[in-house]
Design a protein around this ligand. Structure first.
Ligand code: NDP
Length: 231
C-alpha cells in the first residue's frame, strides 16, 4: 500500500483533483466530505473541519484504514464575500473558522503521528488573494494570508523531524467556487489569459508531496497563470 494521504474537502473541485492525482501516483488516499456521498474509488470520511470532534473521528478512521497520515493536504475552504462596510461578524468568523482554524485543527491532529514516523508532508491550499487582497474578500484574504504564517511556523517547528510544510497559492481555477464570478473580467488580468484547471493545481501538490520536493519547506508556490506575479 502507498503512503497514507488525507485531503480535506476532497469530494469536489481542487481537492478531488488532488486526491485523484495522488491516488494515480500510488498513494492510499482518503478524502473528507461534509454532505452527500464520497467520490467513487476513494476512501471517504465525513468531516466538517469546523469541528475538532469531526476531525479526530475522521483521522481515527483513516488511520484504521491506511495507517498514520503521512501527507496532509488542507484544502477545505469557503467564501462569504461582501464589502467590509456591510460584512457581519459571522461572515468574517465563519470564513476564518473554516479556512484557517480548520487548517489548524487538521494539522494539529496530524502532527504527533508524523513526529513519531519522523516524516510528513503538509500542504496548505491558500490563494493568491491572500497576498494581493481582493475587494469584497477581507475575510477570505485574511484567512488565506494566515495560512502562510502558520505553515512557515510549522516548517520551523518540525523541520528537524523531516516534516515539511508548504503553501500553494492557486489563482483562478474552474470549480464551483468561481462558477458565478465574472469570468471575462478576471481572465483579462491573467497573463496566461485563462483559468487554471483543478488538475494544474493538483500536479504541483503531487510534486510537493513527492520525493523531488524533499528539500522544500516553508515555501509559498503560486499556481496562478501570472496573476500575482510572484506575490
Ligand atoms: P469548492 O467550493 O469547489 O470546494 C470546496 C471544498 O471544501 C468542498 O469539498 C467542500 O465540502 C469543502 N469544505 C468547505 N467547508 C468545509 C468544512 N467546514 N469542512 C469540511 N469541508 C469543507 O472549492 P475549490 O475546489 O475551488 O477550492 C478548494 C480550495 O482552493 C479552497 O480552500 C479555496 O479557497 C482554494 N482556492 C480556490 C480557488 C479557485 O479559483 N477555485 C483559487 C484559490 C484558492 P462540501 O462539498 O461538503 O461543501
Amino acid at each position: 500500500m502507498g503512503r497514507s494521504v488525507l485531503v480535506t474537502g476532497g469530494n469536489r473541485g481542487i481537492g478531488l483533483a488532488i486526491a485523484r492525482e495522488l491516488a494515480a501516483a500510488g498513494d492510499a488516499v482518503a478524502v473528507t466530505y461534509r454532505s452527500g456521498e464520497p467520490p467513487e474509488g476513494l476512501f471517504g470520511v465525513r468531516c466538517d473541519v469546523t469541528s475538532m470532534d469531526d476531525v479526530e473521528a475522521a483521522f481515527d478512521k483513516v488511520e484504521a484504514e491506511h495507517g498514520p497520515v503521512e501527507v496532509l493536504v488542507s484544502n477545505a475552504g469557503i467564501t462569504k464575500d461582501t464589502l467590509l462596510a456591510t460584512m457581519k461578524e459571522d461572515a468574517f468568523t465563519d470564513v476564518i473558522d473554516a479556512n484557517l482554524t480548520g487548517a489548524y485543527r487538521v494539522a494539529k491532529r496530524a502532527i504527533r503521528p508524523m513526529m513519531k514516523l519522523r516524516r510528513g508532508r503538509v500542504i496548505f491550499i491558500s490563494s493568491v488573494i491572500g497576498l494581493t487582497g481582493q475587494a469584497g474578500q477581507t475575510n477570505y484574504a485574511a484567512s488565506k494570508a494566515g495560512l502562510i504564517g502558520f505553515a512557515r511556523s510549522m516548517a520551523r517547528e518540525y523541520g528537524s523531524r523531516n516534516i515539511t510544510a508548504n503553501v500553494v497559492l492557486p489563482g483562478f481555477v474552474a470549480t464551483d467556487m468561481t462558477a458565478d464570478l465574472d469570468q471575462e473580467a478576471i481572465v483579462a488580468n491573467i497573463p496566461l489569459g485563462r483559468q487554471a484547471t483543478p488538475e494544474e493545481v493538483a500536479r504541483v501538490v503531487r510534486f510537493l508531496a513527492g520525493d523531488d520536493a524533499s528539500y522544500i519547506t516553508g515555501a509559498v508556490i503560486p499556481v496562478d497563470g501570472g496573476l500575482g506575479m510572484g506575490h
